[in-house]
Design a protein around this ligand. Structure first.
Ligand code: ZN
Length: 95
């Protein structure tokens, strides 16, 4: 079986979670550890607790932007990011 990423499918939550994390946690310098491993773990944990919003990658950018501007969505993402940051800070997987 081949699991390829050739399908033009995008989970709009990926860039949105990434952006909100960057702006609210990475740039503000409030993370206990901002190594690559911790940052990815926080994003993955958040994404796993949020409903995906799939779009085709052609329509992607406009869709992501529209979704990004929804206050309800931003607050859901920030809530999950806050929880994920706490979990990873307590149990970091970095060595
Ligand atoms: Zn770390």
């Amino acid at each position: 079986m081949i699991f390829s990423r050739d399908l033009p499918i995008l989970n709009a939550m990926e860039p949105i979670v990434g952006n909100l994390f960057e702006d609210n946690y990475v740039k503000t310098g409030i993370l206990k550890c901002d190594c690559e491993k911790c940052r990815i773990d926080i994003i993955l944990l958040s994404l796993n607790h949020l409903s995906p919003h799939y779009t085709s990658s052609q329509a992607g950018e406009a869709y992501v932007k529209a979704l990004y501007l929804e206050p309800q969505l931003q607050s859901d993402v920030l809530r999950e990011l806050t929880k994920a940051v706490k979990v990873i800070e307590e149990r970091p997987n970095h060595t």
